[in-house]
Design a protein around this ligand. Structure first.
Ligand code: SF4
Length: 340
């Protein structure tokens, strides 16, 4: 199978469905570099088991000719991934130790998380689940029964998080089935979706999806994932507006990444763009120490300094909390600037 999208065999990009856009996503690093007019000797590529995947919509927001483009850096497998770094492991946040049933993780009181699917529309090089054994998780509604039974039997749970992978990679029918099954559990008050698709594949925010979400009894929270202001433009901006005009609460979480978004100015512009569309900055995360991602790590004191800088220039609601996820903790750890 060719790794080069056959753009002639499909409708013009703007008229493609999200599934068509996904089928023509870039899967070859060398072809992506050609598309961006970057010479192959400007970048040392890695031959990773976690392959490149990025939709054309996201590529259109990159700067041609710039191997250091902050969006490109998030998706391009480079040689630095192959350097082993102490402390970087396959499961940095203790996902496997928190598994209560197939596909069901619980780390915090009152909330449980479903690995709704193992697929994504993009492969983020810093992803803390890049090694997750997705093949062991449920696929059919029947496979999901043990997880659903566990949620039903535990009245302390009030919120279910649909995660993955990316839950919006499920077809509308499959997503609707799973959401409805959870929504019918009386003590579940909120359904939360952790998704990067509104950012990287905005065409996924269809009328049918919005209508299915608005039919749910429980309150819907959508947590999107944009790291850099250049992601929040064009079709992405439109998709976020569609979400914020629905009844859902829409929040953003970002990861602080060296060479991508590690400055107060970049974070401030990201927050401004999000808030102007009605998306509230929720978390800025310290990088989870997953193997292959050490080159993205920022010093521990840098995040609190950036957030302090944001507080000086933005209203409080526009400033994310800087957090780190530590395995075994009862919540995310809020990181503040140490007193001097
Ligand atoms: S979209 Fe989310 S789950 Fe998928 S690769 Fe990126 S960070 Fe990981």
């Amino acid at each position: 199978m060719s790794l080069v999208p056959d753009f002639e065999a499909i409708p013009a990009f703007e008229h493609q469905s999200w599934q068509q856009q996904l089928s023509t996503a870039w899967r070859s690093a060398s072809e992506l570099l050609k598309r961006l007019q970057i010479a192959s000797d400007e970048v040392e590529l890695a031959n990773s088991e976690f392959p490149l995947l990025v939709p054309e919509s996201f590529v259109r927001r990159m700067r041609p000719g710039d191997p250091l483009d902050p969006l490109l850096r998030q998706v391009l497998p480079i040689g630095a991934e192959e350097v082993h770094s102490n402390g970087f492991v396959s499961d940095p946040v203790g996902d496997l130790a928190s598994r209560r049933a197939p596909g069901l993780l619980q780390k915090y009181v009152g909330r449980a998380l479903l690995i709704a699917t193992g697929t994504c529309a993009i492969h983020c090089r810093y992803c803390f689940r890049r090694n997750y054994p997705y093949q062991e998780e449920p696929r059919t509604l029947e496979d999901w029964q043990p997880a659903l039974d566990t949620i039903r039997a535990d009245e302390s749970l009030t919120e279910v998080i649909f995660s993955g992978g990316d839950p919006l990679m499920l077809s509308d029918r499959r997503l609707h089935q799973l959401c409805t099954a959870v929504d019918q559990i009386p003590h579940i008050e909120r359904l939360r979706f952790h998704t990067r698709l509104p950012i990287v594949l905005p065409a996924r925010i269809t009328q049918e999806l919005m209508s299915n979400l608005s039919d749910l009894r429980a309150q819907v929270m959508i947590v999107v994932h944009a790291n850099h202001p250049a992601e929040v433009q064009a079709d992405c901006e439109d998709s976020l507006r569609r979400l914020t005009q629905s009844a859902a609460t829409v929040l953003n979480q970002a990861v602080l990444l060296h060479g991508v978004n590690d400055s107060t100015a970049i974070q401030a512009e990201l927050c401004r763009r999000l808030v102007n569309i009605g998306v509230l900055p929720y978390y800025l995360h310290q990088l989870d120490r997953v193997n292959g991602a050490a080159h993205f790590e920022t010093p521990l004191q840098q995040g609190p300094q950036i957030v302090e800088g944001l507080r000086a220039i933005l209203p409080g609601y526009a400033v994310p909390r800087f957090v780190q996820e530590l395995p075994g903790e009862s919540s995310k750890t809020l990181m503040e600037r140490p007193e001097v």
